[in-house]
Structures are given as C-alpha cells and as structure tokens.
Write a protein that binds this ligand. Structure first.
Ligand code: KG4
Ligand code: ZN
Length: 356
C-alpha cells in the first residue's frame, strides 16, 4: 500500500512516499532554517508562510522521486499535532483537500509517536518492551513502548526541552541557530570534564528531566568567565546587564570546553535515566528519536553504557531523526490497518500529548 506522508509541524516542510510502512520510495525535506536563523529561533508566522510557499512543490517532488503518479497514492497520512498551530494547519488543510479530491483515506498522525516509530523504517524487528527516549526541540520524554501503539509515559521535562536548552545556550554564546548541531560539532574539540555543570535532581518524578537550571548555570558561568576567554573567543554580553564579576578561572578555558561541559551534563542526565529505566522495567532495548537523537555524544554514551550488557540499541539514521515525512507515512500504514482514520473535520492539536 502506497501512503503519502505530510509533515509541517515546525520548520521543515516534508513529504514522503512509503510502501507498507517500511519501504521508503521518496523522502523530501525543505528546511526553513535559514529564514529563522537571524532571529535565533523559530518565528511561527514565518514558519506558516514558508510552508504555504513550498508545500505544493515538496509534495510534487515526493511523487516524482518515487517515480509514481499522484493517482497511485492510496492514502494520506498527516501530522495534526503537537506543533505550531499555524504550521500544522498548512499540512492538514493540504492533506484534507488532496484526500477529498482523490477520494482516498486521511490518516491523522501524532508527531511524537512518529519520531519513536522512525526506527521501524530501518530495523525489521524491534525487541519489545523498549525504553524510548524522545529528544526534540520541543520535547524531552521517556516512554515504555509495550507494543506498537501501546505506551506508558515514564517521565518528561519539567521545563525546557533538551533541544531548547542547546538552542538557548548557543544563542547566548552567539553561536547561531539551531544550537544542537553547532554545539555538538564544537564540543568535539573541547574537554567535557573542564567544568562540572550541575545535573538536575528532581524530587518528585524519578524519570523526569529539567534543563532550565543547566542553561542558567552555563549563562551565569560564562557571564563570570567572559573576560578570561581569549579575545577571539570572548562572549558577547547582553546589553543592560550589570558587568559580570570575574571569578578565579583556569587559565586556558576555551569556548569549546564550555560547550563540551554543557553537553556532557545535558546528555549525562538523559542516559543515566534511560539506564535506570532499563533496570526498573522489563525492557531490554532502547530506541531514540527526535532531532536530539542526532547528537553524537548521546549516541556515544548510550553505546558505552549498553555494550556487553545484552541491551539492544536502536538508533535511526540522521535523516530519520530530525523532522521528516517518511516516519509519518510509515506510521500511517499501521494506523490505517488499525482503522484509525479521520474525516474532513480533522483539526490541528498544537498541544497533543504524545500518547493520545
Ligand atoms: O525533532 P526536531 O527536528 O524538531 C522538533 O520536533 O523539535 O528537533 C529539532 C531540535 C533542535 O532543537 C535542534 O537544536 C536539535 O533538535 N538537534 C540537536 C542536534 N541536531 C538537532 N541537538 C543536539 N545535538 C544534535 N546533533
Ligand atoms: Zn520533531
């Protein structure tokens, strides 16, 4: 069965054709990142407008790349939440119009479930139950996957998502947007043991996460350290803030060391909780998904912690970690088989919980 997937929940306009939930015939992604970069984050109004401008062309490319005609498509799967309301609306309206015009079924997809599903596109058999860690720009969640479609949320972030913390720290340090890939790359040449940033302790909710404290710790640290950095690496201080006091610092602390230490604390919090969940549940495998799953230190730490322990680690390739429509079309096939279809009254749900 050939399904067209459409994804417009954030800043990527994506369309893909997937057969029987497994075989990817095309996977087209048009990123808007350069339009948002100058603002240091996503501007919802720009996101909606850019989706409208390119969606026709993106869907057409997905059909052409798959070397089929639009008439071969048997159903349309579309992200209806969570995400930016205006952005979601573009994909959902487009999908509804096309489904109506072609008289084919419409399948509503939860973006978060699709991120976790993404590994199924590459691994024929997943050992379940599994602990799934979802790390994206807007979400940091850990769930127990009992079977496809049956989930138990174990924990989530109490404040910032980990991707958000990367983006905010990068913005503060004047490194650009999006912060994840930039910090990840820069951290490779830093010493991750240079600064011991705090790991959040959360009183209630053993599997919950918190990232605003770490973000503030990095900001405070660099405000204090600003004058000690080499001239070429000096950090821009925001206007209106009192001049930072200098703290006694190691002589040669670099920007690379700061971001590597931030990254170590951020990733350590994720992997420690995943390993605790593995101990506490019957799960013997780990799935990661979302833009943050592209992080090289997360992949490295999970590999280190699971090697020789009889735990299977499922990591999707980079293109399936970040927002894409192959995961939407792929999951769509399973939802179609389970009879989970929508009619033309389908609306968007910006706050859709991931297991709804
Ligand atoms: O899943 P995604 O593409 O979009 C959302 O649904 O949010 O995730 C985007 C997020 C951004 O915050 C970005 O900074 C982060 O994923 N990200 C990374 C890396 N690549 C992307 N975070 C850490 N390390 C990376 N290599
Ligand atoms: Zn996403």
């Amino acid at each position: 069965m050939l399904i067209l997937g459409i994804e417009t929940s954030c800043d990527e306009t994506a369309a893909a054709v997937v057969e029987d939930g497994r075989c990817i015939h095309s996977n087209v992604i048009s990123s808007q990142v350069k339009f948002h970069a100058q603002y240091g984050g996503i501007v919802p109004e720009i996101a909606s407008r850019k989706h409208i401008e390119v969606i026709n062309q993106v869907v057409e490319s997905a059909i052409n790349d798959a070397k089929i005609s639009i008439d071969n498509i048997e159903a349309i799967a579309v992200t209806y939440g969570p995400g930016l309301a205006g952005a979601l609306l573009v994909g959902v309206s487009f999908a509804k119009a096309l489904a109506y015009g072609k008289r084919i079924p419409l399948i509503p997809i939860n973006h978060l479930e699709a991120h976790i599903f993404a590994v199924h596109l590459e691994y024929p058999q997943i050992n379940l139950p599994a602990i799934a860690l979802l790390v994206s720009g807007g979400h940091t969640e850990m769930v127990l996957v009992k079977e496809l479609g049956v989930y138990e949320t174990l924990g989530r972030t109490k404040d910032d998502a980990v991707g958000e913390a990367y983006d905010k720290v990068a913005k503060w340090l004047g490194l650009g947007y999006p912060g994840g890939p930039i910090i990840d790359k820069l951290a490779k040449s830093g010493n991750h043991k240079a600064i011991k940033f705090p790991r959040a302790v959360i009183k209630h909710g053993k599997y919950d996460f918190s990232y605003s404290g770490l973000k503030t710790a990095v900001i405070n640290y660099t405000r204090n350290a600003g004058h000690s950095l080499p001239v070429s690496k000096r950090l821009p201080l925001p206007e209106g803030l009192p001049l930072p006091e200098r703290l006694p610092l190691p002589e040669r602390l670099s920007l690379e060391d700061i971001v590597a230490s931030f990254q170590e604390a951020a990733i350590d919090a994720l992997t420690s909780k995943v390993m605790n969940a593995i101990k506490d549940t019957a799960a013997t495998s780990i799935i990661i998904g979302g833009g943050g799953a592209a992080n090289s230190r997360l992949r490295e730490q999970l590999n280190e912690r699971t090697v020789d322990k009889g735990i299977t680690l499922y990591i999707p390739s980079l293109v399936l970690c970040t927002d894409n429509a192959a995961m939407i079309a792929g999951l769509g096939y399973h939802k179609y088989n389970a009879g989970k279809l929508a009619d033309l009254s389908l609306g968007v749900n910006p706050n859709l919980k991931w297991d709804e």
